[in-house]
Design a protein around this ligand. Structure first.
Ligand code: HEC
Length: 154
């Protein structure tokens, strides 16, 4: 009986190990299907005045040059290069992105994930804030459009 103990212990640990492996997402797609979360410190990042019209306008040209291909003209994730990616680019006008802080969006644009490239070395800090300002503009335009269609229906 005493001799069997270490053997049973080994078998037990091996089985535990097997079980724990099953919880590790085995491929990229499963891992990426969850909402992309930013670290909480990203919420404390504060940019320049994001409602300044010329700043938003500058963000629009950054967006047209670097983002529209995947994210689409209205930020709905329907750009021509956005289709067929292993992870869809998502919709900037959905509740998840609406509720994110400016800093969280800035952080995501800086670091990227999966098919979303990092822009740390492609865009300056200022340009990344400009494009955050333009994302907010796209969200406002979307809200305004919804309001209009509601009024028309009445
Ligand atoms: C090659 C395609 C591609 C390009 C170009 C691209 N993105 Fe993305 N983007 C993605 C994909 C795919 C995701 C989703 C990544 C994930 O969830 O893992 C994403 C996610 C994001 C998110 C996170 C949305 C959220 O709420 O979680 C932001 C913000 C974003 N992109 C902004 C931008 C901006 C701004 C640019 C241009 C400077 C840009 N992206 C260029 C493909 C792209």
């Amino acid at each position: 009986m005493n001799k069997a103990k270490p053997f049973l212990f080994l078998i037990g640990s091996f089985l535990l190990l097997l079980c724990s492996f099953r919880n590790i997402p085995s491929n990229y797609a499963i891992n990426q299907s969850q909402n992309w979360l930013s670290p909480s410190w990203a919420d404390t990042l504060v940019g320049p005045n994001l409602t300044n019209p010329s700043f938003i306008q500058a963000g629009k040209s950054v967006y047209l040059g670097h983002c529209i291909v995947c994210h689409g003209a209205n930020g709905k994730g329907d750009g021509e290069s956005g289709f067929g990616l292993e992870v869809p680019p998502g919709d900037f006008t959905d509740a998840f992105t609406l509720n994110e802080s400016d800093g969280a969006l800035f952080w995501k644009i800086t670091t990227g994930r999966g098919p979303m490239p990092p822009f740390l070395n492609k865009l300056s800090d200022n340009q990344r804030w400009q494009v955050v300002a333009y994302l907010r503009e796209l969200q406002r335009n979307h809200k305004a459009k919804i309001r209009k269609t509601k009024i028309r229906k009445k």
